[in-house]
Design a protein. Structure first.
Length: 294
Protein backbone atom coordinates (compact mmCIF):
# COMPACT_ATOMS: atom_id res chain seq x y z
CA UNK A 1 0.00 0.00 0.00
CA UNK A 2 1.40 3.38 -1.01
CA UNK A 3 1.96 5.98 1.68
CA UNK A 4 -0.37 8.96 1.41
CA UNK A 5 1.09 12.43 1.08
CA UNK A 6 -0.31 13.35 4.51
CA UNK A 7 1.27 10.33 6.19
CA UNK A 8 4.56 10.92 4.39
CA UNK A 9 4.55 14.50 5.61
CA UNK A 10 3.88 13.34 9.16
CA UNK A 11 6.79 10.89 9.03
CA UNK A 12 9.00 13.62 7.62
CA UNK A 13 8.52 15.85 10.67
CA UNK A 14 10.71 13.54 12.78
CA UNK A 15 8.26 13.80 15.68
CA UNK A 16 5.74 11.10 14.97
CA UNK A 17 2.78 9.38 16.62
CA UNK A 18 3.01 5.98 14.97
CA UNK A 19 2.48 2.41 16.13
CA UNK A 20 2.12 -0.99 14.56
CA UNK A 21 -1.06 -3.03 14.15
CA UNK A 22 -1.46 -6.68 13.20
CA UNK A 23 -4.52 -8.60 12.01
CA UNK A 24 -4.55 -12.40 12.16
CA UNK A 25 -7.23 -14.23 10.18
CA UNK A 26 -7.39 -17.92 11.02
CA UNK A 27 -8.52 -20.51 8.49
CA UNK A 28 -11.76 -20.99 10.42
CA UNK A 29 -12.60 -17.31 9.80
CA UNK A 30 -11.81 -15.94 13.29
CA UNK A 31 -10.13 -12.52 13.06
CA UNK A 32 -7.90 -11.14 15.83
CA UNK A 33 -6.33 -7.67 16.01
CA UNK A 34 -3.29 -6.53 18.00
CA UNK A 35 -1.33 -3.31 18.42
CA UNK A 36 1.80 -2.20 20.30
CA UNK A 37 0.09 1.12 21.13
CA UNK A 38 -0.99 1.75 24.75
CA UNK A 39 -4.70 1.87 23.87
CA UNK A 40 -7.00 -0.08 21.57
CA UNK A 41 -7.48 1.07 17.97
CA UNK A 42 -10.01 0.18 15.28
CA UNK A 43 -10.13 0.45 11.48
CA UNK A 44 -11.26 -1.67 8.52
CA UNK A 45 -13.81 -3.31 10.81
CA UNK A 46 -11.09 -4.80 13.04
CA UNK A 47 -10.50 -4.03 16.72
CA UNK A 48 -6.80 -3.97 17.57
CA UNK A 49 -6.23 -4.77 21.24
CA UNK A 50 -3.46 -3.09 23.20
CA UNK A 51 -3.26 -5.59 26.07
CA UNK A 52 -2.22 -8.62 24.00
CA UNK A 53 1.51 -8.29 24.58
CA UNK A 54 2.20 -8.92 20.89
CA UNK A 55 5.38 -7.45 19.42
CA UNK A 56 7.26 -8.01 16.19
CA UNK A 57 10.89 -8.08 15.18
CA UNK A 58 12.32 -6.08 12.28
CA UNK A 59 10.83 -6.89 8.90
CA UNK A 60 13.22 -8.18 6.23
CA UNK A 61 12.14 -7.16 2.73
CA UNK A 62 13.84 -7.21 -0.66
CA UNK A 63 13.03 -5.93 -4.12
CA UNK A 64 13.49 -9.38 -5.68
CA UNK A 65 11.67 -12.68 -5.23
CA UNK A 66 13.34 -13.62 -1.95
CA UNK A 67 10.87 -14.45 0.80
CA UNK A 68 10.00 -11.53 3.09
CA UNK A 69 10.00 -12.70 6.69
CA UNK A 70 9.80 -11.56 10.27
CA UNK A 71 8.73 -12.95 13.64
CA UNK A 72 6.01 -12.10 16.12
CA UNK A 73 6.31 -12.58 19.86
CA UNK A 74 3.52 -12.51 22.39
CA UNK A 75 1.97 -13.79 25.57
CA UNK A 76 -0.55 -16.60 25.74
CA UNK A 77 -3.82 -15.26 27.16
CA UNK A 78 -7.32 -16.62 27.62
CA UNK A 79 -8.78 -13.68 25.70
CA UNK A 80 -6.72 -13.81 22.50
CA UNK A 81 -4.13 -16.47 21.66
CA UNK A 82 -4.45 -19.52 23.88
CA UNK A 83 -2.13 -22.48 24.23
CA UNK A 84 -4.99 -24.86 23.45
CA UNK A 85 -5.73 -23.10 20.14
CA UNK A 86 -2.07 -23.27 19.13
CA UNK A 87 -1.89 -26.96 20.08
CA UNK A 88 -5.04 -27.62 18.06
CA UNK A 89 -3.44 -26.04 14.98
CA UNK A 90 -5.98 -23.24 14.66
CA UNK A 91 -3.24 -20.70 13.85
CA UNK A 92 -1.40 -22.90 11.33
CA UNK A 93 -1.28 -21.06 8.01
CA UNK A 94 -3.30 -18.11 9.33
CA UNK A 95 -3.18 -14.93 7.23
CA UNK A 96 -1.31 -11.99 8.78
CA UNK A 97 -1.34 -8.31 7.84
CA UNK A 98 0.79 -5.64 9.52
CA UNK A 99 0.34 -1.86 9.28
CA UNK A 100 2.31 1.20 10.33
CA UNK A 101 -0.36 3.54 11.71
CA UNK A 102 -0.58 7.12 12.91
CA UNK A 103 -2.59 6.55 16.09
CA UNK A 104 -3.55 10.24 16.18
CA UNK A 105 -5.14 9.97 12.71
CA UNK A 106 -6.01 6.38 11.78
CA UNK A 107 -6.63 7.32 8.14
CA UNK A 108 -2.86 7.73 7.87
CA UNK A 109 -1.51 4.17 7.64
CA UNK A 110 0.36 1.88 5.29
CA UNK A 111 0.37 -1.89 4.93
CA UNK A 112 3.93 -3.08 5.54
CA UNK A 113 3.55 -6.84 5.51
CA UNK A 114 1.14 -9.49 4.31
CA UNK A 115 1.69 -13.20 4.58
CA UNK A 116 1.01 -16.26 6.69
CA UNK A 117 2.10 -17.83 9.96
CA UNK A 118 4.79 -20.48 9.49
CA UNK A 119 6.53 -22.29 12.31
CA UNK A 120 4.97 -21.53 15.68
CA UNK A 121 6.54 -22.35 19.04
CA UNK A 122 5.28 -21.92 22.60
CA UNK A 123 6.89 -22.19 26.00
CA UNK A 124 6.77 -20.52 29.39
CA UNK A 125 3.42 -18.85 28.81
CA UNK A 126 4.59 -17.17 25.57
CA UNK A 127 4.68 -17.94 21.87
CA UNK A 128 6.98 -17.16 18.94
CA UNK A 129 5.58 -17.23 15.41
CA UNK A 130 7.46 -17.10 12.13
CA UNK A 131 5.74 -14.82 9.60
CA UNK A 132 6.25 -15.70 5.93
CA UNK A 133 5.67 -13.29 3.07
CA UNK A 134 3.56 -13.85 -0.04
CA UNK A 135 6.56 -14.95 -2.10
CA UNK A 136 6.80 -18.05 0.12
CA UNK A 137 4.29 -19.66 -2.27
CA UNK A 138 6.86 -19.43 -5.08
CA UNK A 139 8.97 -22.03 -3.23
CA UNK A 140 6.34 -24.69 -3.87
CA UNK A 141 6.85 -27.10 -6.81
CA UNK A 142 4.81 -26.22 -9.88
CA UNK A 143 3.61 -28.30 -12.79
CA UNK A 144 2.28 -31.84 -13.13
CA UNK A 145 4.09 -35.04 -12.23
CA UNK A 146 3.84 -38.09 -14.48
CA UNK A 147 2.81 -40.90 -12.13
CA UNK A 148 0.21 -43.64 -12.00
CA UNK A 149 -1.83 -42.33 -9.02
CA UNK A 150 -4.04 -39.28 -9.38
CA UNK A 151 -2.44 -35.99 -8.30
CA UNK A 152 -5.73 -34.20 -7.56
CA UNK A 153 -7.30 -33.82 -4.14
CA UNK A 154 -10.78 -35.29 -3.94
CA UNK A 155 -13.27 -32.47 -4.48
CA UNK A 156 -10.80 -29.78 -5.65
CA UNK A 157 -10.88 -27.84 -8.93
CA UNK A 158 -8.86 -30.52 -10.73
CA UNK A 159 -10.91 -33.44 -9.44
CA UNK A 160 -14.26 -31.66 -9.95
CA UNK A 161 -16.12 -34.22 -7.87
CA UNK A 162 -18.92 -32.71 -5.81
CA UNK A 163 -19.81 -33.99 -2.36
CA UNK A 164 -23.38 -32.83 -2.91
CA UNK A 165 -23.97 -36.20 -4.61
CA UNK A 166 -25.88 -38.49 -2.20
CA UNK A 167 -24.01 -41.46 -0.79
CA UNK A 168 -20.58 -39.94 -0.19
CA UNK A 169 -21.00 -37.97 3.04
CA UNK A 170 -22.60 -38.62 6.41
CA UNK A 171 -23.11 -36.38 9.41
CA UNK A 172 -23.68 -37.95 12.83
CA UNK A 173 -23.06 -37.45 16.54
CA UNK A 174 -20.04 -38.93 18.29
CA UNK A 175 -21.00 -41.98 20.34
CA UNK A 176 -17.78 -43.60 21.63
CA UNK A 177 -14.38 -41.91 21.33
CA UNK A 178 -10.89 -42.90 22.50
CA UNK A 179 -7.93 -40.50 22.55
CA UNK A 180 -9.66 -38.24 19.99
CA UNK A 181 -8.55 -40.75 17.36
CA UNK A 182 -10.73 -43.87 17.49
CA UNK A 183 -14.48 -43.45 17.04
CA UNK A 184 -17.13 -46.17 17.32
CA UNK A 185 -20.67 -45.82 16.03
CA UNK A 186 -23.58 -48.20 16.45
CA UNK A 187 -24.43 -47.91 12.78
CA UNK A 188 -23.50 -45.97 9.67
CA UNK A 189 -26.09 -47.30 7.29
CA UNK A 190 -25.76 -47.41 3.52
CA UNK A 191 -21.97 -47.40 3.30
CA UNK A 192 -19.69 -50.35 2.53
CA UNK A 193 -16.85 -51.26 4.88
CA UNK A 194 -13.67 -49.24 4.23
CA UNK A 195 -15.77 -46.68 2.32
CA UNK A 196 -14.35 -43.75 4.31
CA UNK A 197 -10.66 -44.77 4.37
CA UNK A 198 -8.44 -41.85 3.26
CA UNK A 199 -11.44 -39.54 3.61
CA UNK A 200 -11.80 -36.40 5.73
CA UNK A 201 -13.21 -36.39 9.26
CA UNK A 202 -14.50 -32.89 10.05
CA UNK A 203 -15.72 -31.75 13.46
CA UNK A 204 -18.81 -29.54 13.20
CA UNK A 205 -19.58 -28.75 16.85
CA UNK A 206 -18.00 -28.75 20.30
CA UNK A 207 -14.55 -27.67 21.48
CA UNK A 208 -12.87 -29.16 18.39
CA UNK A 209 -15.08 -27.37 15.85
CA UNK A 210 -13.30 -26.87 12.53
CA UNK A 211 -10.57 -29.45 13.11
CA UNK A 212 -10.02 -32.01 10.36
CA UNK A 213 -8.54 -35.50 10.52
CA UNK A 214 -7.83 -38.14 7.87
CA UNK A 215 -9.38 -41.59 8.19
CA UNK A 216 -6.83 -44.40 8.48
CA UNK A 217 -9.13 -47.38 8.99
CA UNK A 218 -12.86 -47.88 8.48
CA UNK A 219 -14.02 -51.26 9.76
CA UNK A 220 -17.44 -52.83 10.25
CA UNK A 221 -17.52 -55.27 13.18
CA UNK A 222 -20.44 -57.44 14.23
CA UNK A 223 -21.89 -54.65 16.36
CA UNK A 224 -20.03 -51.38 15.70
CA UNK A 225 -18.56 -49.28 12.91
CA UNK A 226 -14.99 -48.19 13.80
CA UNK A 227 -13.44 -45.06 12.31
CA UNK A 228 -9.75 -44.63 13.17
CA UNK A 229 -7.81 -41.47 12.28
CA UNK A 230 -4.15 -41.33 11.35
CA UNK A 231 -3.56 -38.76 14.09
CA UNK A 232 -5.66 -37.78 17.08
CA UNK A 233 -7.51 -34.48 16.89
CA UNK A 234 -5.63 -31.81 18.86
CA UNK A 235 -8.60 -30.69 20.92
CA UNK A 236 -11.15 -32.30 23.19
CA UNK A 237 -14.01 -34.03 21.45
CA UNK A 238 -16.92 -35.39 23.45
CA UNK A 239 -19.93 -37.65 23.04
CA UNK A 240 -22.67 -35.80 21.20
CA UNK A 241 -20.37 -33.57 19.13
CA UNK A 242 -21.44 -33.50 15.48
CA UNK A 243 -18.97 -34.74 12.86
CA UNK A 244 -18.92 -35.06 9.08
CA UNK A 245 -17.24 -38.05 7.43
CA UNK A 246 -16.43 -37.94 3.71
CA UNK A 247 -15.73 -40.85 1.39
CA UNK A 248 -12.04 -41.51 0.75
CA UNK A 249 -10.11 -41.95 -2.48
CA UNK A 250 -6.97 -44.10 -2.89
CA UNK A 251 -5.97 -42.24 -6.10
CA UNK A 252 -6.37 -45.29 -8.38
CA UNK A 253 -8.07 -45.11 -11.77
CA UNK A 254 -10.27 -48.10 -10.90
CA UNK A 255 -11.55 -46.34 -7.78
CA UNK A 256 -12.18 -43.14 -9.71
CA UNK A 257 -14.22 -45.05 -12.29
CA UNK A 258 -16.22 -47.42 -10.08
CA UNK A 259 -16.58 -45.53 -6.78
CA UNK A 260 -16.90 -41.94 -7.96
CA UNK A 261 -17.81 -42.30 -11.68
CA UNK A 262 -15.30 -39.52 -12.33
CA UNK A 263 -12.73 -41.13 -14.65
CA UNK A 264 -12.89 -38.25 -17.16
CA UNK A 265 -11.26 -36.03 -14.52
CA UNK A 266 -8.64 -38.56 -13.41
CA UNK A 267 -5.31 -36.73 -13.09
CA UNK A 268 -2.93 -39.68 -13.10
CA UNK A 269 -1.30 -41.82 -15.80
CA UNK A 270 -2.28 -45.42 -15.01
CA UNK A 271 -0.73 -46.85 -18.20
CA UNK A 272 2.71 -45.31 -17.82
CA UNK A 273 5.42 -48.04 -18.00
CA UNK A 274 6.93 -49.14 -14.70
CA UNK A 275 10.58 -49.72 -13.77
CA UNK A 276 10.39 -53.39 -14.75
CA UNK A 277 9.58 -52.36 -18.33
CA UNK A 278 12.51 -49.95 -18.41
CA UNK A 279 14.87 -52.77 -17.40
CA UNK A 280 13.60 -55.23 -19.99
CA UNK A 281 15.79 -56.21 -22.95
CA UNK A 282 15.39 -58.33 -26.10
CA UNK A 283 16.31 -62.02 -26.05
CA UNK A 284 17.16 -64.42 -28.85
CA UNK A 285 14.40 -66.81 -27.84
CA UNK A 286 10.68 -66.27 -28.14
CA UNK A 287 8.71 -64.10 -30.53
CA UNK A 288 10.31 -60.70 -31.26
CA UNK A 289 7.69 -59.11 -33.48
CA UNK A 290 7.36 -55.85 -31.56
CA UNK A 291 3.92 -56.84 -30.34
CA UNK A 292 2.51 -56.69 -26.85
CA UNK A 293 4.65 -58.28 -24.14
CA UNK A 294 1.63 -59.09 -21.95
Amino acid sequence: MAISAEFQAHLGTGITSVCRCWAVVRRDGVTLGFTDHDRALAFDGIDFKADSGLTAKALQQTSGLAVDNTEALGALTDAAITESDIAAGRFDGAEVQAWLVNWADLSQRTLQFRGTIGELQRSGGAFQAELRGLTEALNQPQGRVYQKPCTAVLGDVDCRFGFDVPGYVTELAVEIVEEARLFRFAEIGGFDARWFEAGRFVVLSGAATGLVGVVKNDRQTSELREIELWEGLRAEIATGDLVRIEAGCDKRAKTCRLKFQNLLNFRGFPDIPGEDWLMSYPTSGGVNTGGSLS
